[in-house]
Design a protein around this ligand. Structure first.
Ligand code: GLC
Length: 498
């Protein structure tokens, strides 16, 4: 038996839990493990399932570009291309104190943002974790919780000094509500559908800005809802505030979506509003819905189909389900479960812990891919600590390779989405920066490099002109800048139209 080795480390899961791991290698011979050869054979099969060729990517880009056009031309399309009523870029000179509330996929965040002009800002914030019940129970209750958190934040941040609210000060609030909402003006938004596993009742089809205002009234807060925004729109504006080369923003988090600045003249479906054709308006693509229901263009494996069928919204968010942090761990878990059923993995061991849907956090894929040890000690730690399973080195190498396939596919599909916007807007020659944010982009090792590699596979060498970078905090700073831009427009008598 080889000498055992020890290793230790700690990491934080998306659930907020911090785990310390102490392990030693255990290539024991007393359990019937899969051989190196079996694992290599299986890996080849998954390689062909999860690999996207450049040619396939170009086909996806073509279909994607057509879908974006369709969403701009006609209302109520699957990829809705939502006009946001955020007109043009910030000047960088926006100033003042703004509150920002961010209802994301996992947390609720309240921020006080002080814009100082010249692309500078200060921010203080508090984060609250959302429970599964809050995501599913009545919508009004969810907004009441948002107002309650705002109330506590205002109470604890009122005083003298920097980063403090002055007593009696009334503040404009930007509400980042990152779900598809169709808007008629910037402080309005009808929820088209919940995404990212949310399902709060009595909310779809209703104006969430109105619902939230009702909750604000309960607490009689000195706050005015100025703008309802999407996280991608906030990221677009915040990133441009500090890096004016930014033309596109993408979120790679629990969900996946993009926003960019469009010429009003090219948004045919709002022509009747008579907005100045020379103006520009940010579009929230809601591209996570690409290929929903029809499943014509994306390479779905049977694991993706299971993820979809067992989700609370079957058929919907087809693109997002192949890419975002909410689903990648589950895809890998389903492959492992198949190999357990086929009698390949973990023979003689109790696998019940791994059989629970969504128990395999996407953070595990990141950790497996970044394990620096030859023996893959981190992978041992994950399997023993969370699933009480012993693994051999050959199996661990297989798990890591599988994570790489799934992570790489997600990044390459994301590149297809970015490429579609780049093609549509003609940004390839002059190049552009893409502000990107979200746990996958920020924490998954090599994700950005894989997106860039994908862009080069699609566009050839010119793909290098498109560069993603870690964006500014869109839901906090972006929302404050948009609130400032909106206030400025209102003060100038320009509410809806340019
Ligand atoms: C989901 C939401 C979208 C959001 C994205 C990233 O796709 O529908 O509005 O921008 O997640 O958070």
């Amino acid at each position: 038996m080889p000498a055992s080795r020890r290793g230790s480390g700690s990491f934080t899961l998306t659930t907020g839990q911090t785990i310390a791991i102490h392990t030693r290698t255990q290539d024991e011979e007393d359990l019937p493990h899969a051989t190196k050869k079996t694992m290599a054979d299986h890996l080849r099969k998954y390689e062909s399932l999860f690999t996207l060729t450049p040619q396939r990517m170009r086909m996806i880009v073509e279909a994607f570009t057509e879908t974006l056009e369709l969403g701009l031309n006609k209302p109520n399309q699957i990829v809705p291309m939502i006009p946001t009523y955020v007109f043009g870029w910030p000047t960088g000179q926006e100033k003042g104190d703004f509150l920002a509330l961010d209802l994301g996929g996992t947390n609720l965040r309240v921020c006080l943002v002080t814009l100082q002009g010249e692309g500078k800002f200060e921010i203080s914030q508090t984060k609250y974790r959302l429970t599964e019940e809050q995501k599913q129970e009545d919508g009004q209750k969810l907004f009441d919780f948002c107002a309650e958190c705002l109330n506590t934040f205002v109470e604890t941040n009122t005083g003298e000094g920097a980063g403090q609210l002055k007593p009696g000060q009334s503040l404009p609030l930007g509400f980042t509500f990152s779900y598809p909402c169709s808007q008629e003006r910037i402080d309005h938004g009808e929820l088209i559908r919940w995404t990212k596993g949310f399902g709060a009742g009595n909310t779809e089809g209703r104006d969430v800005a109105e619902m939230f205002k009702k909750s604000l009234e309960k607490y009689q807060l000195p706050i005015k809802l100025t703008a309802l925004i999407n996280d991608t729109t906030g990221t677009l504006i915040a990133s441009h505030y500090v890096n004016p080369k930014t033309k596109i923003a993408v979120i790679f988090g629990t969900g996946c979506n993009a926003a960019y600045m469009e010429h009003v003249k090219d948004i045919a479906k709002i022509e009747h509003l008579g907005i100045d054709a020379g103006a520009e308006m940010a579009i929230n693509c809601e591209w996570g819905a690409f290929d929903s229901f029809e499943h014509e263009h994306l390479p779905r494996t049977k694991y993706d189909t299971i993820v979809d069928d067992t989700s609370n919204k079957p058929g919907e968010q087809a693109f997002e389900k192949l890419i975002s942090g909410r689903y990648l761990g589950e895809i890998l878990r389903l492959v492992l479960c198949e190999l357990i059923d086929e009698g390949v993995l973990f023979l003689g061991q109790n696998t019940y812990k791994l059989e629970k849907p969504y128990c395999f956090d996407t953070a595990f894929l990141s950790l497996m891919e970044s394990d620096p040890t030859d023996e893959l000690l981190m992978v041992i730690g994950i399997f023993t600590h969370f699933f009480a399973l012993e693994t051999t080195l050959a199996e661990r190498q297989f798990f890591r390779a599988l994570a790489k396939l799934i992570g790489r596919r997600a990044a390459r599909l994301s590149a297809c989405g970015i490429a579609a916007i780049v093609s549509k807007m003609g940004y390839l020659e002059e190049g552009c920066s893409v502000g990107a944010d979200g746990s996958l982009y920020n924490k998954y090792p090599g994700f950005a490099d894989r997106v860039h590699e994908g862009l080069q596979d699609i566009f050839g060498d010119k793909g290098r002109n498109i560069v993603t970078y870690h964006a500014e905090d869109g839901s906090g700073v972006g929302s404050a800048i948009i609130a400032a831009m909106t206030k400025h427009r209102k003060d100038a008598g320009l509410y809806l139209h340019v």
